[in-house]
Write a protein that binds this ligand. Structure first.
Ligand code: INI
Length: 183
């Protein structure tokens, strides 16, 4: 039998989409920098004018999952990375925003069969957010590592003879095929 495990080499042909919330952009721009740094050091060209990474800016974390879903549905990417910052101190509807984006990202991944990385920092204070966006460490780096590993893993799984990765929801499977001009 086989052990499947993602690695961090042979990344030249990977394609990623990064969806970033503008809300709390003091944090999200730093997460993006960490993410780009990691991709670059693992052989991915993060230049927006290159051919490996597309970027989409949306108003806030609430909108991130919807756009990530659309990007994943296009099947043009090995993984989609979602970046956002939801800070409890700033919003009485923290639980709604954080909860919805988490559910939306999970659904996007399940329904398309494309890895969609949960790069949403959910914290109580701006201080905690800053600590995760470069002061102590930069979680953007970790999110990019997750995307690289999953991209590699999914290519290995899909590369197995007779193995196809299907979206989970039948209707979306059809939508996915339509988006690839297979129907
Ligand atoms: N969006 C965030 O990304 N983080 C937040 O902390 C936040 N707060 O505090 O409200 C936030 N709100 C905006 C939300 O994501 C939507 O853009 C907005 O509700 C419009 O749909």
């Amino acid at each position: 039998m086989t052990v499947f495990e993602g690695n961090f080499t042979q990344t030249e042909s990977f394609k990623f989409a990064i969806v970033i919330g503008r809300f709390n952009d003091l944090i999200t721009t730093k997460l993006l920098e960490g993410c780009q740094d990691c991709l670059k050091r693992h052989g991915v060209d993060p230049n927006p004018h290159g051919n490996q990474v597309d970027y989409v800016w949306v108003p806030g974390s609430f909108e991130v999952s919807m756009v990530a879903h659309q990007m994943a549905l296009s099947h043009r990417y090995d993984a989609v990375i979602c970046l956002g910052a939801v800070i409890r101190g700033q919003t009485p509807h923290f639980d709604y925003v954080a909860g919805e984006v988490a559910k939306g990202i999970a659904a996007a991944s399940f329904q398309t069969g494309v890895p969609v990385i949960f790069g949403i920092v959910t914290v109580d204070t701006m201080q905690q957010a800053l600590e995760r966006a470069g002061i102590k460490s930069n979680k953007g780096w970790d999110y990019a590592m997750g995307a690289l590993e999953m991209a590699s893993l999914m290519r290995q799984i899909k590369g197995q003879p007779g193995v196809q990765v299907f979206p989970v929801t039948p209707n979306l499977a059809i939508a996915s095929e339509i988006s690839q001009n297979l129907l």
